[in-house]
Ligand binder design. Structure first.
Ligand SMILES: Nc1ncnc2c1ncn2[C@@H]1O[C@H](COP(=O)(O)OP(=O)(O)OP(=O)(O)O)[C@@H](O)[C@H]1O
Ligand SMILES: [Mg+2]
Length: 611
């Protein structure tokens, strides 16, 4: 017959020695009771015998009064013994009750799940924490085989470990996944110890299971962020040097394109070089985003306006098979973010969604205010509680299993066939969102679509003017004297050439000292300082400060795509700076200088200059 849970619970609260003690006392009490009753019966019979059997003369010598006293004494001694035993048993029961209570307290309040199973794996006892952690009631647990709840991939190792514990008597530490009542998978760390019978054979296993789901999750996140950090450092460094080289390739390519007519046999080659240069520039920019080292140009804006801005491009990109829906909150707070970068993130998510729905489906873009509170920070310790704006991108595509989900933000992780994806899309999105002080989370199940959630901190303020793209400029509208500082000589030469061709005068410096020499000449006119940021010796930011102290109010344009913390500590551009991201095209360079000169003519501060 199977033992009930409460019986098993009571039994496991006592040890064998204690039970033997109780049993011995009860035996003593019962046997002495029987012995005393026998003696009493014998005594009474002896006393009554002469009256019952008048012939039994031989018993008449018995002194009735002494016999009665003896019997009374015996009864008295027996009563004392009974009282003594009852007191002992009462004490023992009390001890048992205390132990029982202790066991109940431990098992009910233990964070770990404690189970007792017999050698066949039948459950004998499950602590209440099973219900708390995995959601199953005691009745439900009795109806499910323990092995059925375990993840199919982990079943064999659990069976092997149980067998090992039965044979060796010692269980090893084991990690496996178990299904919560609501279908989620939890990771448990378990240790089994064998309970042996008197013959020394293993008859039960005590299994202590610890829920390590959160720990595993944090470990994975730590590994991921370490990997991302390492890849980021590497790619950031490479991208920085790469940008200078690409600047030269693209710049001279443009110059050649201008000179070589379209029907020239060499023109195709130069066009291809130019295209490859542009593709490489996109890649370098993605690497910088992954490394979280790119310079952001944050403005106060509404995510709704970005979502609506990308709508047209999105519709064109995702194709007619996919239905695109927007569900934007009407009263939405502002965020501080780089418009172009957030657009990039949305585009990347939408393209992924399109690829996940080859036979069509629904792509939904939603915005809503959100609050991340203390409870969220307990689940994800890196979360800073507060008000956020949530951007959700949901698709009804193929979804992802948990293994894929754990890797999607890694640079170069892709499940797409060669040539279809670089695996940088989500790594970039992750970098941009992180650099903007937000979070990006994924929710997905194979066959049930995917939702990406982006939380950006809500900020006070009104949206800053959306910068209209500047009207096509005419070279040479305003001419100025540019102090150009760039240590990379071919890029400097190219930049100088472009500026001169645009009608500007260029003072050329390969380092900060040379630049300061020009700045110190009071009679030398300088309209704009155009400087690289990362240079040997004094860097661009310090140079700008030094030049500004000599020539207060001088507009500064930094040429950089890479921020190693010099321009700001969080990769966010400080007000008052303008930035020309490397690698830049000839048009971008001329436009940036033109914008600054126009702003100065109109009396605007350099920070208001559009990029
Ligand atoms: N919405 C989605 N549904 C299903 N799987 C997705 C989704 N988004 C991303 N993935 C998975 O994540 C992987 C990584 O995505 P990521 O955007 O980083 O790279 P990619 O799309 O493969 O390449 P790239 O974006 O560089 O062209 C994808 O290969 C795909 O397996
Ligand atoms: Mg992608």
């Amino acid at each position: 017959m199977k033992k009930t849970q409460s019986e098993s619970a009571g039994i496991s609260g006592l040890n064998a020695a204690n039970w033997q003690h109780v049993e011995r006392r009860q035996w003593w009490l019962s046997s002495s009771g029987i012995a005393v009753s026998l003696i009493l019966t014998l005594g009474i019979v002896t006393l009554l015998l002469p009256a019952i059997l008048p012939d039994a003369k031989q018993f008449s010598y018995v002194d009735t009064s002494s016999a009665t006293r003896g019997l009374l004494a015996l009864i008295f001694v027996f009563d004392v013994y009974v009282i003594f035993q009852q007191v002992q048993i009462y004490r023992f029961r009390k001890q048992l009750a205390v132990r029982e209570e202790l066991f109940r307290l431990i098992s009910e309040n233990a964070v770990d799940m404690i189970a007792l199973v017999d050698v066949d794996g039948t459950r004998l006892y499950n602590s209440p924490s099973y219900q708390r952690i995995l959601g199953y009631s005691a009745e439900e647990l009795r109806g499910i085989s323990p092995i059925d709840q375990i993840h199919p991939d982990d079943r064999q190792k659990v069976i092997d470990a149980a067998k090992e514990a039965q044979t060796s008597g010692r269980g090893r530490r084991l990690e496996y996944r178990i299904r919560h009542r609501d279908g989620r998978w939890f990771t448990l760390e378990s240790t089994a110890s064998a309970v042996r019978n008197r013959e020394g054979a293993v008859e039960k296993l005590v299994i202590v299971n610890r829920d390590i789901t959160e720990r595993k999750h944090l470990e994975e996140q730590l590994h991921l962020s370490q990997r991302l950090e390492a890849v980021g450092r590497l790619s950031g460094g490479v991208a920085h040097d790469f940008n200078n080289l690409l600047g030269v390739i693209i710049g001279y390519g443009e110059a050649l394109q201008e000179r070589i007519p379209r029907d020239d046999p060499n023109r195709e080659a130069i066009d291809e070089i130019q295209k490859a240069g542009q593709r490489a520039a996109v890649l370098a920019r993605q690497l910088l985003a992954v490394s979280r080292k790119q310079v952001l140009e944050p403005r106060i804006l509404s995510l709704n306006s970005i979502a609506l801005d990308v709508e047209k491009v999105l519709r064109r990109t995702i194709g007619a098979d996919i239905q695109l829906e927007f569900n934007l909150a009407s009263h939405l707070g502002m965020v501080r973010a780089d418009r172009g970068q957030i657009e990039q993130v949305i585009m990347n998510l939408a393209i992924n969604a399109r690829d996940a729905m080859p036979n069509g489906g629904l792509l939904m873009i939603e915005t809503e205010p959100a609050e991340l509170d203390y409870a969220d920070s307990l689940i994800k310790p890196y979360v800073v509680p507060g008000r956020y704006i949530l951007l959700k991108v949901t698709d009804t595509g193929c979804g992802m299993d948990s293994d894929t989900q754990s890797r999607i933000f890694e640079p170069f992780f892709t499940t797409k066939e060669k040539g279809k994806g670089t695996g940088l899309g989500l790594a970039m999105a992750y970098g941009i969102v992180k650099q903007s002080g937000g979070y990006i989370w994924v929710d997905s199940e194979p066959g049930h679509g995917t939702t990406f959630k982006i939380f950006l901190p809500e900020v006070e303020g009104t949206p800053e003017d959306v910068q209209e793209s500047a009207p096509a400029f005419q070279i040479g509208q305003s001419r100025g004297v540019i102090l150009l500082v760039e240590d990379e000589s071919s890029l400097r030469k190219l930049t100088k050439r472009t500026l001169i061709k645009s009608g500007h005068t260029v003072l050329e410096a390969s380092n900060a000292d040379q630049a300061l020499y020009f700045a110190k000449q009071a009679d030398t006119r300088i309209d704009v300082l155009l400087t690289d940021v990362i240079m040997p010796g004094m860097n661009g930011r310090l140079l700008a400060e030094a030049v500004s102290s000599l020539r207060p109010g001088i507009p500064v344009i930094y040429m950089s795509g890479y921020d190693d913390g010099e321009l700001s500590t969080k990769g966010v551009l400080k007000p008052g700076m303008s930035i020309l991201r490397k690698p830049f095209s000839r048009d971008q360079l001329v436009q940036a200088v033109e914008d600054v000169l126009t702003a100065v003519t109109e009396g605007k501060a350099p920070s208001e200059v559009a990029q």
